[in-house]
Design a protein around this ligand. Structure first.
Ligand SMILES: Cc1cc2nc3c(=O)[nH]c(=O)nc-3n(C[C@H](O)[C@H](O)[C@H](O)COP(=O)(O)OP(=O)(O)OC[C@H]3O[C@@H](n4cnc5c(N)ncnc54)[C@H](O)[C@@H]3O)c2cc1C
Length: 497
């Protein structure tokens, strides 16, 4: 059997690895010059920047995935658990460091709100329980009809997961202090949502954040991508870069291969698209072969886009850790600017990553590599003048947050990446950084399916199908593809290939 995979994001890499290990002849066609998709790497002026993901979370999922490939994570990656996990900055108050030690964090919670330390421990215990329910009952299941989702078992478990509440209400019930609420909610931005539109089941992010911890793989996320390519190649997969696919070839309602932009055609028994489902259906298939209408896509909730700056900076940045978060004053207004009333935000929340704090190889000696990420609405008019103005505003803001007044003068390398770049580089629907947000009605049965029911042997993998956003979650989507091919209807993760 041979398989063609369109795109080499985490979902595509996962699928390539598993299919090659199963003995398929695998060809991956990637439009860009390197693998990784949104997890691309930028080498510039002696600096190395992970362009997308920088938080290695859910190490258990990576371990399971490498095991399926017959490998061990520790033979490929050197992981460091960060401690503190990250620093949080606020307007007009001292920053807080969130330790990887739960007891220290509980003390911090207690200091801000009497009784919150004990409640934090209980919150995490519940979050851990819910994480295991999510992994064992929801994440590894292919959904086809509502009856797959609304079984007696999932309804009972679903009630425990509080799916019908939202994160704002859920967190408010446990903690009153504004800062504590924000600390328990910021991870929702990783899922492309806000506390107001994300179901409370995602409180499992707290178990992931606090109990499991935040890791850094030496060499950055680029090293994880490299290792997945190496493993797939070891098992015979072939990667073709600068090879954009123009269309999926369909004969008698069967996917039989792809046509590249350069006119070449390649045939295969199955075709798997790791390009977003919206893009694949609207650009690579004829209307009669699409599962979803244009109206369907117009009505989806997109995750935020991002304003990204990759900066090489001379000298040290003394007040930063590896991961730094700035929580803006008017949290609600900022979410409105991102989701409801698109505008360039006045005082946005900001994420600042400085991987040179942990890894000396990503910046020349005496320098730091700084990635600044500001979540923005994908609906903004992303043009040169607006970008420039926003860039100046953000650099000024970051200098003041980090107390580095001369930051602007110390920048020796600069690259900007905004909405239109997401569209151009990754064919991302509407320029969203993450794709479809994890609202309740874009989760599980409600998320685009990983099988095209109109075209046989055409499958989807990656963040726009199930289970959704995030590197480990996209690796699970590759497992779901294998379960599709083997007609495995179970809830459990694959014990072996
Ligand atoms: C700024 C940012 C920060 C993030 N932070 C984190 C984090 O800290 N931790 C985490 O776990 N996740 C994070 N994420 C999310 C995570 O990166 C993504 O969910 C995941 O990498 C998406 O993988 P994917 O399989 O959906 O493929 P994508 O990364 O979307 O890749 C799809 C691939 O398909 C290719 N393609 C598209 N069209 C064609 C075509 N016609 N022909 C050939 N190839 C094509 C694209 O070039 C691309 O390589 C972040 C994302 C971003 C953008």
């Amino acid at each position: 059997m041979n398989a063609i995979i369109i795109g080499s994001g985490f979902g595509g890499l996962g699928a390539a690895g598993l299919l090659a290990k199963k003995g398929y002849e695998v060809h991956v066609f990637e439009k860009n010059e390197q693998p990784g998709g949104r997890a691309s790497v930028l080498h510039k002026d002696g600096f190395t920047f992970d362009m997308g993901p920088s938080w290695y979370l859910m190490p258990d999922i990576f371990e399971d995935f490498y095991r399926l490939l017959g490998e061990r994570v520790e033979d490929h990656l050197t992981l460091h658990r960060l401690d503190p996990s990250y620093r949080v900055f606020f307007p007009n108050r001292e920053p807080l460091d969130l330790s990887s030690d739960i007891e220290k964090t509980a003390v911090l919670f207690e200091r801000l709100e009497p009784g919150a330390g004990e409640r934090f421990r209980a919150y995490l215990t519940k979050s851990e329980k819910q994480y295991h329910i999510a992994v064992n009952k929801f994440l590894y299941k292919n959904y086809d009809t509502v009856f797959d989702f609304f079984t007696k078992e999932t309804m009972t478990e679903g009630r425990k997961l509080k799916v019908f509440s939202n994160m704002q209400r859920y967190v408010e019930r446990h903690f009153k202090h504004d800062i504590l609420q924000k600390i328990l909610q910021y991870t929702l931005v990783f899922l492309g949502g806000s506390p107001y539109n994300t179901p409370a089941l995602y409180n499992i992010m707290s178990h992931i954040d606090f109990n499991m911890g935040v890791f850094y793989p030496e060499g950055g996320i680029a090293r994880v991508v490299e290792s997945l390519v190496q493993i797939a190649e070891k098992n015979g997969a072939q990667f073709h870069y600068n090879a954009p696919v123009r269309s999926i070839l369909v004969e008698d309602r069967n996917a039989v291969g792809v046509k590249l932009e350069n006119g070449e055609t390649h045939r295969a028994d199955i075709v798997i698209s790791n390009a977003e489902v919206a893009y694949t259906e609207q650009h690579l298939l004829d209307p009669s072969q699409r599962m979803y209408s244009d109206r369907y896509w117009k009505n989806r909730t997109l995750a935020p886009s991002a304003f990204l700056l990759y900066l090489g900076v001379k000298g040290e940045l003394p007040n930063t850790l590896h991961h730094n978060l700035y929580f803006c004053k008017d949290w609600q207004k900022n979410f409105r600017e991102i989701f409801d009333d698109p505008r360039w935000p006045e005082d946005p929340s900001i994420y600042i990553s400085v991987t040179s704090k942990t890894d000396p190889n990503v910046a020349p000696e005496g320098h730091e590599n700084l990635v600044i990420l500001v979540p923005i609405s994908p609906k903004l008019d992303d043009h040169e003048e607006a970008r420039k103005q926003f860039r100046d505003q953000i650099i000024q803001k970051v200098s003041s947050i980090l107390k580095v007044p001369d930051l602007k003068c110390r920048i020796i390398s600069e690259t900007m990446f905004v909405t239109k770049d997401f569209e151009l580089r990754y064919n991302a629907q509407g320029g969203s950084a993450l794709g479809l947000a994890h609202t309740l009605f874009q989760t599980a049965i409600f998320r685009p399916n990983n099988i095209n029911k109109k075209v046989k042997n055409l499958f989807y993998v990656g963040s726009s199908t199930n289970p959704g956003i995030g590197m480990p979650i996209c690796l699970i989507s590759a497992e779901l593809l294998i379960k599709r091919l083997t007609h495995d209807r179970s809830f459990e993760k694959l014990p072996s290939l």
